[in-house]
Design a protein around this ligand. Structure first.
Ligand SMILES: [Zn+2]
Length: 436
């Protein structure tokens, strides 16, 4: 019996690797549930309509939304779910997470790499995934394992096969950086120490690294475009890592194989090089020069700011609060300029850099404070995030034909965005994981 099961799994993996759409969704997913639900929502924010609507019903057959209609008196023979005092929204999406990190402030980063095996970290990652789902995040893009190899690929596949509960995932596996730029650093030179990334140098060396990561199941390639930031006036500068030739080779190789590139870039120089090389998403982007903002808007490069983390860090490290607050001002200004220029912005928090017991929804109020309307902030984490993932056809809104990823909260998030920190109903793929 076990043997047959293994063969089936092996056969599906082989098929997936040979299929042209390698990477995203390469695994035979778990069979959809055979359930039929009618969710009666007091208010519905569907992710695409400019206004919420009152008293709506969402019909879910198996793992799909089949109808959205005004509430009717009778829905005989169906499993009605009473959410009449709730606001329903599409499942939330965080496009910058680290399931294999457990708050690198609380548990020292070096310690996680030096003392915890990948197996142990992977076990913990299944708990991170469970937290994400219970907080209402039904899809995530996990942007590197920080030294845990391809454990994110395994977790993504295990979730897709229904082995453990969690959000659907796109993963970046190991990430790339140059020699000498990424932790662990500063240890005895007589030994080889682990790194939080795959080190590559030279255009050809980095092409090979991209091929390696894609062959092991990475959906995205992540590069560190810069390191070591410093302020000069109101500008955050950074030291670029890769040469522009190396960055271009990475982007070219990933695109050639129909995958995309996410660039960590915090300061002016790093962002500039990433944009110049044609990456697909810029992560953090604390300072972005006006010309690069124009380029991002023109080339449709996504901006994934992660502003809440700074507030968390300022709170954890009061002695550094002044420096962190200076960075926040820069980040807010960049955020406002990007919005005004029409740069596409998606919701990403860097959770994992803070503990998974904290909901990634903590960032919504910051994005509103930085100039988004509550509806825009919600769309950044639903329909726009789905678009970033190239899953807009399947996810990001509550419309017939889409996958049934639906969450609910007990009051109006347009009036008080912080209510998203208390999601009390979670459905993913037609299965209910949490009820009010
Ligand atoms: Zn990150």
């Amino acid at each position: 019996m076990l043997k047959v099961g293994l063969l089936v799994i092996l056969a599906s993996v082989t098929f997936a690797q040979n299929s042209p759409s390698r990477g995203v969704g390469p695994v035979t997913p778990a069979a959809p549930p055979k359930t039929h639900y009618v969710l009666r929502c007091g208010t519905l924010i569907d992710g695409v309509s400019p206004q919420p609507r009152r008293n709506a019903e969402i019909v879910v057959d198996g793992n799909r939304i089949t109808e959205v209609r005004a509430s009717a008196a009778s829905s005989a023979g169906t499993q009605a779910v009473d959410l009449s005092r709730e606001t329903c929204l599409p499942g939330l999406i965080d496009v910058h997470t680290h399931v294999l990190l457990q708050g690198d402030i609380i548990v020292d980063y070096d310690e996680q790499l030096l003392k915890e095996s990948v197996a142990y970290r992977a076990i913990r990652a299944t708990v991170s995934a469970r937290h994400a789902l219970e907080f209402g995040f039904t899809s995530i893009r996990d942007l590197e394992t920080e030294g845990a190899g391809y454990a994110d690929v395994d977790l993504r596949n295990a979730i897709e096969r229904g082995i453990v509960p969690g959000p659907r995932m796109q993963v970046a596996s190991r990430a790339l950086d140059v020699t000498g730029a990424y932790a662990l650093l500063g240890y005895n030179w007589e030994y080889e120490w682990p790194h939080g990334v795959q080190v590559c140098d030279g255009a050809e060396g980095c092409r090979k690294a991209v091929r390696e990561q894609l062959s092991h199941g990475a959906d995205w390639i992540k590069v560190y475009a810069d390191q070591r930031t410093y302020m000069e006036g109101n500008v955050l500068h950074s030291r670029p890592t890769f040469t522009i030739d190396e960055l271009r080779a990475i982007v070219d190789e990933a695109h050639r194989e129909r995958h995309r590139v996410a660039a960590h870039a915090s300061g002016m120089e790093g962002v500039h090089d990433a944009v110049e090389a044609g990456v697909d998403t810029v992560e953090h982007g604390t300072y972005i020069a006006p010309e690069d903002i124009q380029q991002m808007a023109q080339k449709q490069i996504w901006f994934v700011p992660t502003p809440w983390l700074a507030y968390y860090r300022a709170d954890q490290f009061p002695q550094q609060a002044q420096r962190i607050q200076a960075g926040m001002k820069v980040a807010e200004d960049t955020f406002r300029r990007a919005m005004a220029a029409g740069v596409k912005i998606a919701y990403g928090t860097d959770v994992g850099a803070f503990e998974w017991t904290i909901t990634p929804a903590m960032q919504f109020p910051t994005m509103v404070q930085y100039g988004m309307t509550p509806m825009q902030a919600i769309q950044a984490a639903t329909i726009h995030a789905a678009e970033l993932l190239n899953w807009r056809e399947r996810l990001g809104s509550i419309e017939p034909g889409k996958l049934a990823d639906i969450v609910a909260v007990s009051s109006d998030p347009l009036a008080d965005i912080t209510v998203l920190e208390h999601v009390d109903f979670v459905m993913k793929d037609g299965t209910i994981y949490r009820r009010p």
